[in-house]
Design a protein around this ligand. Structure first.
Ligand SMILES: Cc1cc2nc3c(=O)[nH]c(=O)nc-3n(C[C@H](O)[C@H](O)[C@H](O)COP(=O)(O)OP(=O)(O)OC[C@H]3O[C@@H](n4cnc5c(N)ncnc54)[C@H](O)[C@@H]3O)c2cc1C
Ligand code: SF4
Length: 504
């Protein structure tokens, strides 16, 4: 029986992060493992609500009150079973999810302090690995059917695991040289050390999933070949078409890059150093567009921008500005605009923001300024207001507000325009919609029988938790398509949306 007054006995507390000077001198994760007593006290704060709104916040429908109570009583083995029942990869969401479940927790009403759900989640899975509780689950019997999964991010991997456990032969094709999608070379090690991917892949491999890396489907193997070899195909290629700003004067200067060019190069350098391969100029993190000694300007306010900030500090940047088009959000939820339990528009302080740099709000870049040799030397910005009119975003610069910020390296982290145009889509006759995403029928098929779609490729750039949820749901649809009689869990429909206030 959960302790209904646990939240009165224990304040919300998170484990201490590693000190800034220590953590920016390496690439290890920001959070060390937490003390067991702290986590059990935090789990004790959960009231096991009659209507657990945390469930509604989580696209996976994680059984949060159940595993909170199991942690409270120290029953870690059953806690991981409960967690795995809805989530294939809690080690990813427990580290990286922005936790819409916490925004929806009943203890958060009226500015209260929600349960530290995400921290409890990651501690459960950490202990499960430490105690050898994460073991391969064999399928009862082979189905004789086979599935190709294109793309090895969290959507593709979640689908692969669900399908192989249902008895299907699953092959995951990935054009990169390593499995993991954005988790591998997009997200830096200080947020997710790559051993977490590798040890989960060991489980998937033991369960029978085949992995083919460095295979660009549509180029190295045609969609036709794939369809001839497999009974169904799942497209989980992500939403990796980086948004650009081609009309801004100076965009073609040296030193102005897409954020992902910078992040992928940095993450690859860390991976090479960890694998004992020589680095570019002797420094573990060095890349052709290293931030060392440079004035860096990051344009954008989301996850990608915060990751660039953390990387720039670890590479030894001289100074960093992070620019946001919108005004500084409030510290607290605005109940009129975003009432509980919806996801609130508030100032998001990532650990990278503790490490330095200056955030500048309500500004837009007017020009990337040339140093006379074709290399950027500054960014000219203006203060702006942003309005929505007739569905259009109108940005107005305030006259006389222009100024320059020094810049040797500029990183564009202004979002993604959906999935990339690539030969695979033409070969399958699949078309990108207005947002650059691929539409799915209610049964997750992409308009062509036997071809399914999930994750960012379907939803547009989103979150890991949605990618896993969509991968699981698409796997359930594929299993049905292949004649499977058992039912696999389908946490979301293709039309599912995050909790939001209905349009007024
Ligand atoms: C820098 C950055 C930081 C982020 N941080 C967070 C975070 O902290 N928390 C969070 O929840 N979300 C975060 N996200 C979002 C999250 O990473 C994505 O929502 C998630 O990875 C989407 O998963 P996916 O499986 O749909 O696609 P991806 O992870 O994008 O994987 C798609 C894979 O498909 C492969 N592929 C594409 N075409 C082909 C082809 N033709 N043949 C073979 N392979 C192909 C690609 O190489 C890629 O590996 C971040 C995103 C970025 C860019
Ligand atoms: S809403 Fe919060 S307090 Fe209630 S069951 Fe969920 S985690 Fe526990």
């Amino acid at each position: 029986m959960p302790d209904p007054s646990g939240f009165l006995k224990h304040d919300r507390t998170l484990p201490a992060r590693r000190p800034v000077p220590v953590r920016i001198s390496d690439w290890r994760e920001v959070y060390p493992s937490a003390d067991e007593g702290l986590i059990r006290d935090q789990a004790t704060r959960c009231m096991d609500c009659g209507i657990p709104f945390c469930h509604d916040g989580c696209p996976l429908g994680n059984r949060i009150p159940d595993w909170n109570d199991l942690v409270r009583t120290g029953n870690w083995a059953t806690a991981i079973e409960s967690l795995h029942a809805t989530n294939n990869f809690p080690e990813f969401t427990g580290r990286l999810c922005p936790a819409p479940c916490e925004a929806a927790c009943v203890l958060g009403i009226n500015g209260g302090a929600p349960v530290t759900i995400k921290q409890v989640e990651v501690e459960i899975v950490n202990r499960a690995f430490d105690l050898d509780l994460v073991t391969p689950q064999e399928a009862p019997a082979p189905s004789g059917r086979s599935v190709a999964v294109v793309g090895s991010g969290p959507a593709g991997l979640a689908a692969a695991q669900q399908l192989v456990r249902a008895g299907h032969a699953v092959t995951v094709y990935e054009r990169d040289d390593a499995i993991g999608g954005l988790l591998r070379y997009g997200i830096p090690d200080f947020k997710l050390e790559k051993e977490h991917i590798d040890r989960r892949l060991a489980q998937l491999t033991a369960e029978g999933v085949q992995f083919c890396t460095s295979v660009n489907v549509g180029v190295d193997v045609t969609a036709e070949q794939l369809r001839a070899e497999h009974d169904a195909v799942l497209l989980a290629c992500g939403a990796l078409a980086g948004r650009d700003t081609p009309a801004t004067p100076g965009r073609s200067l040296r030193g102005v890059h897409q954020a992902m060019e910078h992040l992928v190069a940095a993450n690859r350098a860390v991976a090479s150093a960890a694998g004992g391969q020589p680095s570019v100029n002797g420094r573990e993190s060095s890349t052709p567009m290293d931030a060392a000694g440079k004035h860096v300007v990051i344009i954008g306010g989301g996850d990608t921008a915060a990751d660039c900030l953390g990387v720039a500090h670890r590479q030894g940047a001289a100074g960093v500005h992070q620019l946001d088009l919108y005004p500084r959000p409030p510290q607290e939820r605005d109940e009129d605009r975003d009432p509980w339990p919806t996801w609130p528009w508030i100032l998001r302080e990532y650990p990278a923001h503790e490490e330095g740099g200056e955030r500048v709000f309500a500004v837009a870049v007017q020009e990337f300024v040339d140093d006379g040799t074709g290399q950027v030397r500054a960014v000219r910005i203006a203060e702006v207001t942003v309005e929505k009119r007739g569905g259009q975003r109108i940005v107005t610069a305030l006259p006389g507000s222009e100024r320059e910020l020094p810049a040797d390296l500029v990183l564009l982290a202004i979002g993604f325009d959906g999935t990339e145009e690539q030969p695979l889509l033409d070969q399958l006759g699949v078309v990108r919609n207005r947002r650059g995403a691929i539409d799915a029928d209610p049964d997750w098929q992409a308009g062509t029988p036997g071809v399914f779609v999930a994750g960012d490729m379907h939803r547009g750039a989103s979150l890991i938790v949605w990618a896993i949820a969509e991968g699981r749901a698409a796997a359930a649809a594929i299993h049905r398509y292949l004649g499977g009689t058992s039912q696999l869990p389908a946490p979301v429909a293709p039309s599912a949306q995050p909790l939001a206030v209905p349009a007024r």
